[in-house]
Design a protein around this ligand. Sequence first.
Ligand SMILES: *Cc1c(COP(=O)(O)O)cnc(C)c1O
Length: 397
Amino acid sequence: MAKMNLKKTHLATLCVHGSGGVDPATGAVSTPIYQSSTFAFKNARQGAEIFAGETEGFVYTRIGNPTQSALEKEIAFLENGEAGLAFGSGMAAISAVVLYYTRCGMNIVSSDTLYGGTHNLFMETLPNYNIEVREVDGTDTANFEKAVDENTSCIYIETPANPTLTLVDIEAASRIARKNSIPLIVDNTFSTPYFQRPLELGADIVVHSATKYIGGHGDTVAGLVVGKQDFINDLRGTILRDIGGIISPLNAWLLVRGLKTLAVRMERHQENAMEIAQYLSFHPKVSQVWYTGLSTHPQHELAKRQMSGHGGVVSFEIKGGRKAGEKLMNNVNLFTLAVSLGDVDSLIEHPASMTHSTYSAEELQKVGISEGLVRLSVGIEHSQDLIADLRQALKRV
Ligand SMILES: *Cc1c(COP(=O)(O)O)cnc(C)c1O
C-alpha cells in the first residue's frame, strides 16, 4: 500500500484503501473500535511529556482516540487537507468552527440558504452571545464583499445548499475571504469529497454532517472538520476539549466503514437522482425541479465547474402546494417519510414544515422554499422501482 502512487490513483480506489495503513498497534486491517475512555502512560515522565505536547500519545477519549484518529486521517486525505477532526454531530462540528473564530462583538457573513439547524444557530443562539450573522444571497458573491467589515470573523457557505441545491461559487468566495484575511468555511455535506473538494478551490475549512452520505446508512449522527494542521490542533485543544462534542469510537468506526463504499454509493445516488429528476421534470403535476445535474438548474454551469457530480438530493415543486405535497408524502411506499438524507434508503420530506421550520415564512420565501416544495433523498434502490413508486403516489394527488 505504501507504494501506491496516490496522485495517479482514482478516487474510487482511494475511498477503499484510504491513505494506506493498517492499525499501527496491532496490524488489524479493519480499524479496531478502541472502546476505552483512558489510555495508560508508560511512566510518569511520558505522561507529563504527552500533557506538555512534547510527545504524541493518547490520553483521554474526549481529546483523542485511535478509532477517531483513523477517521480523521481518512477524511483529511479524501478532502486533500492537512488534518481532520471528528465530532458527535454536524452541528457540533459547525458550532465548534464558528465559535473558534468568533468573539463577542464580531460578525459572521454567511450565505442565506442553509441547513435549518445552522440557520437557527446563526439567528437564535449566536445573537445571545452578541455575535451577529449576516445571511446574504450567496448566488452573487459580491454580496459577501458588501457584508464583510473589520469585525467579520469568517465567511460561511453551504454549497449545494439544503434543500434548493443553490450553489455558491467557492473560488470567488475564497478570493473575498483571502482579500479580507478571514477564513472561508464550506459545508460540503451534499457533495462529499467524492464530488467536490472545496480546499482545492481555495476554501480554508470544510465541515460535514457525516450523518448523511459519509455514514451513508442512516445509523450514525456525526460531524467532521478538515483544515490546516495547526488549526485542527488548536481546535482540538480548545473548543473540542472545553465544550466536549466528541464522537464515540463506535460511531467513528461506522464512518471509517462508510468511507470505503462512498464512491459506489455516490455514483448510484447520482444515477438514480438524475433519472428521477428527468422523470419529474416531464410530469404534469410538477411545476419545477431542482437538481444541479439538469441543464434547467440556474447554476448548472457553475455546478459543472466546481463539482464532478451532482449527488442524490432532488427537490421539486408540486402543483397544488402543501396539500398536494402532503397527499404525495402519505402515499409513497418505497420512499420513507423522514428527515435526514444521504442514506441508502430513499427518503421524502417537506422542508417548510420539517427541516426548515426554523425559517420564518418571510425567510422561506426569500430563499425560495415554498409550501409545495418536496425534498427527496434518492437512495440506492433500483431507479425503476423508485420511479414507479412516485408515479403511483402522484396519481393519487
Ligand atoms: C444535517 C445537516 C447538518 C447538521 O448535521 P447533524 O449531523 O444533523 O448535526 C448540517 N449541514 C447540512 C447541509 C446538513 O444536511
